[in-house]
Design a protein around this ligand. Structure first.
Ligand SMILES: C[S@@+](CC[C@H](N)C(=O)[O-])C[C@H]1O[C@@H](n2cnc3c(N)ncnc32)[C@H](O)[C@@H]1O
Length: 257
């Protein structure tokens, strides 16, 4: 089924609820207010509209990376997109760069990294749980067709990595201090390692464990992202917000002489 890459579309109903759908020949989308054949969705295409047989209008979209990560299947909780985009900035990523990541989880951050370094770059991602890796590979391949990701099954601390080969390291795992030594060795001098940590106690433990390694603490931050409800003439911050996701801890590598 052509038209939309990978057959992936995002449908939005009148209440703004979003549904990620993989189109297939003969398929039918089920909404609680009726059904729509996949063929009709394909024909409407991104930016178009369809109606269920009960008259519910649905808009058809090519999912953005943010929408995709928030709606894809998850085996582990993906890095929140607002934080993933901040990680790209803190890592100072550009096309052609090489990045090291652990753990792969559901592949959310992997997608952000792969898109930032582009087809000429490379992401080496490590995941110790096979069923997480399987889900991540499926998630990534359904959205991103470029061949710039190498998936590795296993713990990062047990990987044999080339020294000073990576332009950036992104860590989203429970105990990043366990991998800090190997990750620091694999990082190029003057480049960045960023860890995503839900608890401040984890951030403090990581900073303490970095002592003695060629890493200097650059920044600790949270990404604020306050959504507003706008229904003219009324506008106010949404009553339900994502209050806290994680702390980002960024280190820069010293040159080891
Ligand atoms: C929170 S999830 C990562 C989510 C991912 N950033 C995403 O956006 O989908 C953390 C993952 O790290 C994996 N993990 C934990 N310790 C690890 C290690 N030492 N090496 C490799 N993977 C590890 C876990 O199995 C889990 O899947």
């Amino acid at each position: 089924m052509g038209g939309v890459e990978g057959g992936l579309v995002l449908l939005k109903d009148q209440k703004g609820r979003a549904f990620l759908v993989r189109l297939r020949p003969g398929g039918v989308f089920h909404h609680h207010r009726g059904t729509v054949p996949h063929e009709a969705i394909l024909e409407a295409g991104p930016g178009g509209r369809v109606q269920t047989h009960l008259g519910e209008p649905l808009s058809v979209h090519r999912p953005t990376l943010e929408e995709y990560v928030l709606h894809m299947k998850r085996s582990a909780t993906p890095t929140y997109p607002k934080d993933a985009s901040a990680i790209l900035t803190l890592l100072d990523l550009a096309p052609g760069m090489r990045v090291l990541e652990a753990g792969t989880g559901s592949g959310g951050l992997t997608l952000f990294l792969a898109r930032a370094v582009g087809p000429s770059g490379l992401v080496d991602t490590y995941e110790k749980r096979p069923h997480h890796l399987k889900q991540a590979v499926e998630n990534v391949r359904a959205f991103w067709q470029a061949d710039n990701i190498r998936f590795h099954e296993g713990s990062l601390e047990e990987a044999s990595l080339e020294k000073e080969a990576y332009d950036g390291v992104a860590l989203d795992l429970m105990e990043p201090w366990a991998v800090l030594g190997v990750a620091a060795e694999a990082l190029k001098p003057d480049r960045f390692l960023v860890a995503y940590l839900p608890n401040i106690t984890q951030a403090l433990e990581l900073i303490a464990k970095a002592e003695g390694l060629p890493l200097v603490l650059e920044r600790v931050l949270e990404v604020g992202w306050r959504e507003w409800e706008v229904r003219l003439p009324v506008a106010h911050p949404r009553f339900h917000q994502v209050a806290h996701t994680a702390f980002l801890v960024a280190f820069r590598k010293w040159k080891v002489s």
